[in-house]
Design a protein around this ligand. Structure first.
Ligand code: SF4
Length: 367
């Protein structure tokens, strides 16, 4: 028999070593985790903690905060202590903020040792401090900040240039016996990014943080990230993901979770199976699907809900779902677990679907 979709996803997973970002395992056979980054001033502790709480509620598992100033570094102890999810400090250039982040109890640090070596060679001291504290480090190579030496050597930002840069950065820590690393090689072009991660995956066993950098506003960024992450995750590459959108970070988390659900890499929550509508539709399917989706957002039990516009495919799909409606003639046939339980006028479809969803949740013992 064919394996189930969840088994397929697990069967193809690349073997990576496991690191711990606070209590969240990344790599090995750990579930692929979703992360995001706050957009508040990190020094504004209250605003940052509020945003972290929103991200946590949306399903974010790891959060990163930027630390560009001493005030931001000073805010880290409170943020790390009060955040419900592990906090990663994102640091460029200043080694003293790396030490501050480790002392503050941050779960991990994102820093590129190449930057630090350039200005103030404290890579060994960082490796020791992070190693002693059990704090992992992400090396984050970005197309926009690639070393000039590599740009010259490769004639631009090629996948190989990104990989060579990442592995060189890793070697700077490896020289000091520190290997508690994860890596990202981000590029704004999914084609370059996919190839870079494929090459990197073949050349090391560090866990990989997937990202399409500067992916763009909500619509374009969602598509770019979904295409790139989808290609890699379907090949078993990727241990944690960050969708980058020019939009509130909660949107990044929703997209990230949906990508993982779509690939069977995490249990599905709400799954709306709705038809695109066509000339046969006998109700306004688009509005109906949007209203049902909005009404069931955050529903506490996993549900597949079919919203179908007519009787051609409608009853078939509706029967396959936990709950469904097949519309026709200004009416909706409501299905639960394959049985038509009633037919209601179009105006009562949404409220009936909601009432039935609540009944299913109650039967499962969830309020
Ligand atoms: Fe068209 Fe009916 Fe199929 Fe919807 S279910 S796309 S209305 S044929």
């Amino acid at each position: 028999p064919l394996p189930r979709r969840e088994e397929l996803a697990v069967a193809t997973r690349r073997t990576s070593r496991r690191i711990m970002v606070g209590p969240v395992p990344v790599g090995g056979d750990a579930p692929v985790s979703v992360q995001s980054m706050t957009t508040t001033l990190t020094a504004d502790v209250d605003a940052t903690l509020r945003q972290i709480a929103e991200l946590t509620a949306a399903g974010c598992e790891i959060v990163r905060v930027a630390v560009p100033s001493a005030d931001d570094a000073a805010a880290l102890p409170t943020i790390a202590r009060k955040s419900q999810i592990p906090v990663i400090a994102d640091i460029h250039f200043q080694p003293r903020y790396v030490f501050a982040a480790i002392d503050a109890g941050c779960a991990a640090v994102r820093v590129n040792p190449g930057n630090i070596r350039q200005f103030d060679d404290q890579v060994g001291a960082i490796a020791r401090a992070a190693g002693d504290a059990g704090v992992p480090i992400r090396i984050g190579v970005n197309a926009g900040s690639l070393d000039k030496r590599l740009l010259r050597k490769h004639g631009g930002v090629t996948p190989e240039a990104l990989v060579e840069s990442a592995l060189w950065e890793c070697s700077l820590f490896e020289e000091h016996g520190y290997t508690d690393l994860k890596i990202s090689v981000k590029h704004h072009d999914p084609v370059v990014m996919i190839e870079a991660y494929r090459r990197l995956a073949a050349r090391c066993d560090y866990p990989l943080h997937l990202g399409v950098t500067e992916a763009g506003p909500r619509f374009q960024g969602t598509i770019k990230s979904s295409v790139a992450f989808g290609a890699l995750l379907a090949e078993g590459i990727g241990d944690t993901i960050r969708v980058s959108l020019s939009a509130p970070p909660v949107e990044e988390v929703k997209v990230g979770n949906q990508i993982l659900e779509s690939l069977g890499l995490r249990p599905r929550g709400l799954d709306i199976v709705s038809c695109p509508s066509c000339g046969r539709a006998q109700v306004d399917v688009h509005t109906l699907a949007e209203r049902v989706t909005a009404a069931l957002e955050g529903f506490p039990v996993p549900l597949r809900v079919a919203v179908m516009g007519c009787v051609v495919n409608g009853p078939g799909e509706a029967r396959e779902a936990d709950l469904g409606v097949a519309a026709g003639n200004g009416k909706g046939q409501i299905f639960v677990k394959g049985e038509v339980i009633r037919t209601v006028p179009e105006s009562q479809i949404v409220e009936t679907v909601l009432a039935e969803a609540a009944r299913i949740a109650e039967e499962m013992g969830v309020d």
